[in-house]
Design a protein around this ligand. Sequence first.
Ligand code: CO8
Length: 262
Amino acid sequence: MSFENIILEVKGPVATLLFNRPKALNALNNALFDELNLALDQIRENKEIRVLVLTGAGDKAFVAGADIAELVKMNPLEAKSFSRKGQKVFSKIEDLPIPAIAAVNGFALGGGSEAAMACDFIYASDKAVFGLPEITLGIIPGFGGTQRLARLVGANRARELVFTGKTIKAAEALAYGIVNKVCEHDTLMEEVMKTAELLASRGSVALRAAKEVILNGLKTDLETGCRIENDAFGLTMVSEDAKEGTGAFLEKRKPVFKGKLY
Ligand code: CO8
């Protein structure tokens, strides 16, 4: 299926999803969320896809936030339901069984930072700008940003960014721990693809378990998290991927993972 507001490209094991409204700096509207929702279902169902990369079309923006022109036309109930829709779609990214990398190629403001933070980690161009400027519009982040940012950088830094609405450049986002790596603008996608290919070469049973364990562990206390890890460890240990990985080590060869549990 082809989309209008996003582009989904699948090359081998890596799917790339582009936010595609460059004239509006890829701002998020209702139609875009509906398409993103469908695309995420397709990605989840396609067992050949092992890594997802999210980026923005054009040279200027990842996503400059929710579409303000659409937002102003909503009544409070419609706006609340739009916020919930965005939260659910971003949670769908977070809950994918495969890793998602945000390749932030420019402005990632409001809903843009919120989309990036729903990914497993973020690589950013040295031209990227992050921030939750909603307060400057008289509103607050509504696509999970208050929650994800506080979990990512701690409550005090999140409070400062959300209360002031100030934007930060890639280097500061790196220092905050929002971004994993800052790349030269022109090499961003190359760097992201290198990491995506590396992840795709790992055993997908273990990768999936690792993602789930970290995500679910963060929702609970340490002891419960360790038990979640323990159960998943037992499961990965019986997998065919584990036999291949450990066997290959002992035979001094490179493992060839098939992503098989049994
Ligand atoms: N929504 C709609 N259109 C936008 C948006 C946006 N968020 N951002 C940029 N555009 C449009 C501009 O209107 C402009 O359109 P046109 O050419 O037709 O005038 C075009 O994109 C290019 O933008 P600029 O001319 O402004 O480009 P600049 O390089 O001068 O500035 C900025 C770039 C700094 C990124 C600037 O565009 C900007 O400040 N954008 C808005 C950033 C922002 O405030 N984002 C937060 C939005 S609110 C949000 O995300 C809330 C999420 C939770 C909602 C919950 C639902 C209820």
